[in-house]
Design a binder for this molecule. Structure first.
Ligand SMILES: [Zn+2]
Length: 171
């Protein structure tokens, strides 16, 4: 099932999501499959559950955008353990379509998360994967990438979004 993506302005995006406590069950399996399907349909490299209106700490990432199944990553209750270096680059978000801004992120990031069976694992990513880890984990704590940009730019995006919403073009 493909879920519609929740857009910036919806409060679910700015609330910390609830910790997942139940693993290894068909509901979770189905939900993860739906999240991948929804992410691919939207042509994203990452998707957090909050972006489909579900306030649970679950995110999926695939920086190959469906080209390489070995790059599918499922993160449940993830946290950033370690950040090294810095990278600057443009970032966007499926929940804030039509906008991109330069965001400074860690270059090499190690995360800890659980898989669908509840097993804890750690993974290190660099460059785009490091950026995706940070972006998606931020989502699960109610934080959007625009919180990392200058207030002036953020206000400009807010104003434009408000205008689009008024015109009925932001739903
Ligand atoms: Zn996002």
């Amino acid at each position: 099932m493909i879920y519609p993506i929740v857009k910036y302005g919806d409060q679910v995006l700015e609330r910390p999501a609830a910790v997942v406590t139940e693993f290894d069950n068909p509901d979770l399996d189905k939900f993860l499959e739906d999240m991948f399907e929804s992410m691919y349909a939207a042509k994203g490299v990452g998707l957090a559950a909050t972006q489909i209106g579900v306030s649970r700490r679950i995110a999926v990432i695939d920086i190959s955008v469906g080209e390489d199944p070995s790059q599918k990553i499922e993160l449940i209750n993830p946290e950033v353990l370690h950040v090294e270096g810095k990278q600057k680059g443009e970032e966007g978000c499926l929940s804030i379509p039509g906008f991109r801004e330069e965001v400074s992120r860690g270059k090499r990031v190690t995360i800890r998360a659980q898989n669908r069976k509840g097993e804890v694992f750690e993974q290190t990513g660099e460059d785009l994967l490091a950026r995706a880890f940070q972006h998606e984990i931020d989502h699960l704590f109610g934080k959007l990438y625009i919180s990392h940009i200058a207030a002036l730019k953020r206000d400009l995006i807010r104003r434009k979004v408000r205008k689009l919403a008024k015109a009925g073009e932001w739903a």
